[in-house]
Design a protein around this ligand. Structure first.
Ligand code: FEO
Length: 392
C-alpha cells in the first residue's frame, strides 16, 4: 500500500496534482493542489474517507491494491474532485456503503450516478464504530456546498474536514512545515470558494470548538499539526470587521485610467490607508479575491468602452459581487472618450455588496488638475470613513 501513515491504522492516501493550473475553468492554481483521501482501519471495519479527482483515479486505485476490505466510504462532499473516483472504488468493494449527509445522498445520485442502494445517509452527530475506532459525523454545510460534512476520529483526535480549511497546494509534506506558505494558500482557497458563506462558517466553527483536535486533515493541501494556525485564520477571515485596506482594481486602454488609479493609490497611501493595486489585464484573480478578504473599500477604475465599463472591470465587479466580501465602501473612477454609462452598469453588477457608494470620479480623456484634486478628496473621504469605522 503506497500510503502514508498518520497514526496507528490511519493513513493518508490520494494524489498530489503538481501540474494543475486551473480549477472550475476559473480559479488559478499557482501551486497545484492535492486530493487527499484517508484510510482508517479499525479492528472490525475499515473506512475510506473521500476519493480523488477522476483524473487521478489510477493513483488511488494503486494505493488500494493491497487493501482487501473497505466497508464504508465516507463522501464528505459530492464535488467530483473528491467523489469522482467513487464508482471504481465501489466496483472494487461491492459490499461497501457510501456514507453521506441526507442532502448528499440525492446529489451523489445526480452528480456521480452512484446507485441509490449503495448510499446511506448519516445524521449530524451520528457515531459509527469501526471496532477500536469511532467516527463521529459532523454536518458542516456550505463549506462550500450545501451537503458538506466532516468526520471526527475521537481516538486519534483527528478532524477530517474535506474542503473546509483546505489549501490548493501540491507538496511532498504530509504535515504543514512552512506555515506562511500554507497560510497564503489557505487564504487564497478561502477567498475563492468559502468567502460567500462567512456567516454559516461561523456556525461551523462554533460547532467544532469543543472537539479535542490534534490534527486537522483537509482534502486539499497538507495536514495541520497545529490546528490553531487554520482555525484562528478562519476566525479572522470570517469576522465582520474589515481592515484599514483598500483595493484599487482597474483596466486602462490608453493610460488615462491607469494614471488616475496610480494617483489615487499614492494619495490613499499618504493618508495612511493600506492599498492593493491590480491591473486587471494582467492580475491573477485569486490575488484579487484574497485582497477582498480583509478590504474595507474597493475602487474600480474603468475606461468607457462600447459605451459601458471595460469587460475586465465588469468581470471583477461580478466576481466581487459573487464573493460577498465584508467591504463597507465602494467607488468608481475612470476616463471616457465622449460619454457612456460605465458607472450605472457597474452599480447594477454589485447588488450583493452592502456598501456605501462614494462619489465616482470620471474625466474626459487625460486627467487634469481638477481630476487629481477630486482623487485626493476621494482618498481623504476613504481615510475619514475608515477612521470613523475604527479601522485606523
Ligand atoms: Fe475540493 Fe469543493 O471540492
Amino acid at each position: 500500500m503506497n500510503a502514508r501513515k498518520i497514526t496507528k491504522d490511519v493513513y493518508w492516501m490520494g494524489a498530489v496534482d503538481w501540474d494543475r493550473r486551473l480549477f472550475d475553468s476559473l480559479i488559478p492554481l499557482p501551486d497545484g493542489t492535492s486530493y487527499n483521501a484517508y484510510l482508517i482501519q479499525g479492528s472490525q471495519k475499515t473506512s475510506l474517507l473521500d476519493t480523488v479527482d477522476p483524473s487521478m483515479t489510477h493513483v488511488l486505485m494503486a494505493q488500494l491494491e493491497s487493501v482487501e476490505r473497505v466497508d464504508y466510504v465516507v463522501a464528505h462532499h459530492v464535488e467530483q474532485d473528491h467523489s469522482g473516483a467513487l464508482p471504481l472504488v465501489l466496483d472494487k468493494y461491492p459490499k461497501a456503503k457510501v456514507l453521506v449527509t441526507p442532502k448528499g445522498k440525492e446529489m451523489l445520485v445526480d452528480h456521480i450516478r452512484v446507485p441509490v442502494d449503495r448510499i446511506r445517509a448519516v445524521e449530524d452527530g451520528e457515531l459509527l464504530s469501526l471496532g477500536n475506532k469511532t467516527l463521529k459525523f459532523v454536518h458542516t454545510p456550505w463549506v462550500h456546498w450545501p451537503e458538506t460534512m466532516s468526520t471526527y476520529l475521537a481516538e486519534d483526535r483527528i478532524f477530517f474536514s474535506c474542503d473546509f480549511f483546505g489549501s490548493h497546494l501540491a507538496t511532498s509534506d504530509l504535515y504543514v512545515t512552512d506555515e506562511p506558505r500554507v497560510y497564503e494558500a489557505a487564504k487564497r482557497y478561502y477567498a475563492e470558494i468559502m468567502m460567500p458563506f462567512r456567516k454559516i462558517i461561523q456556525k461551523n466553527l462554533d460547532k467544532i470548538k469543543d472537539l479535542d483536535i490534534d490534527l486537522i486533515a483537509p482534502s486539499h493541501g497538507p495536514i495541520y499539526n497545529r490546528p490553531a494556525l487554520i482555525t484562528d485564520a478562519y476566525r479572522d477571515w470570517i469576522s465582520d470587521v474589515p481592515k484599514n485596506q483598500a483595493v484599487v482594481a482597474y483596466a486602462s486602454m490608453h493610460g488615462s485610467t491607469k494614471k488616475m488609479a496610480e494617483y489615487l493609490v499614492a494619495s490613499l497611501t499618504e493618508k495612511g490607508v493600506t492599498v492593493q493595486q491590480f491591473d486587471l489585464s494582467v492580475t491573477d484573480i485569486g490575488k484579487l479575491a484574497m485582497s477582498l478578504v480583509d478590504a474595507a473599500t474597493i475602487v474600480l477604475g474603468t475606461p468607457t468602452v462600447l459605451v459601458g465599463p471595460h469587460p475586465l472591470v465588469a468581470y471583477a465587479a461580478m466576481l466581487a459581487n459573487a464573493l460577498r466580501p465584508k467591504l463597507k465602501f465602494a467607488s468608481v473612477i475612470g476616463s471616457y472618450g465622449w460619454g457612456g454609462k460605465a458607472v450605472e452598469q457597474i452599480a447594477a453588477l454589485i447588488p450583493n455588496l452592502k456598501v456605501e457608494i462614494l462619489s465616482p470620479i470620471l474625466c474626459r480623456g487625460l486627467p487634469g488638475e481638477t481630476d487629481y484634486n477630486e482623487l485626493d478628496k476621494l482618498a481623504q473621504t476613504v481615510a475619514h470613513k475608515h477612521k470613523e469605522a475604527g479601522l485606523m
